[in-house]
Design a protein around this ligand. Structure first.
Ligand code: DLZ
Length: 162
């Protein structure tokens, strides 16, 4: 089975992010990884035309807090999309499952509650190496992928509201 490179995409299929305002919530847990995801997301948004002033980055303690951090963006900031970035690494207890369940269900709920893209940029890996491989390593950067999803979903929404 081949593993997708998260940073490879058809550039011609990505609309411009000019004028787009994006919130990024970053988990401080496994910050060595999540800071790289954030770097990838910011760079990708800028590459497609978003400005620094329109990219707002905030931090939460762990991935479990990502949905609430993202909800604050929806409530208190005028953003087109919110990107949730985290890294949950499997340990010896079922904690991993509870965190993953919480953040994934929370993100789905936000999408539907606010009718706005909330992008799931959370790595869920068996070990640190798998996370490094997907945070600017041999399989690219999930932050890049999350930024592209945010741009595409914002464009899709605007295609209906024009
Ligand atoms: C407690 C915890 C554990 C064990 N592992 C992770 C992890 O791998 N990745 C992550 O983002 N957060 C972890 N956390 C912290 C929880 O997400 C959360 O911050 C705390 O349980 C407090 O609600």
């Amino acid at each position: 089975m081949t593993t997708k490179n998260l940073s490879q995409y058809d550039i011609s299929s990505v609309p411009a992010a000019t004028g787009m305002r994006v919130g990024i919530v970053v988990s401080e847990w496994n910050f060595e990884i999540t800071s790289r995801l954030a770097g990838g997301a910011v760079e990708t948004l800028k590459r497609h035309g978003a400005t620094s002033e329109n990219i707002i980055v905030k931090y939460v303690p762990g991935s479990f807090e990502l949905p609430l951090g993202a909800q604050y963006f929806a409530e208190f900031e005028n953003v087109d999309a919110v990107i949730l970035l985290g890294c949950v690494i499997k340990g010896e207890t079922p904690h991993f499952d509870y965190i993953c369940q919480g953040v994934s269900t929370g993100t789905t709920t936000l999408n539907l509650k606010y009718n706005k893209p909330f992008i799931f940029g959370v790595l869920t890996t068996n070990n640190l190496q798998q996370a490094k491989d997907r945070a600017g390593g041999k399989y690219g950067n999930k932050g890049d992928e999350a930024a592209i999803a945010a741009i595409k979903m914002t464009h899709l929404k605007h295609s209906f509201s024009k």
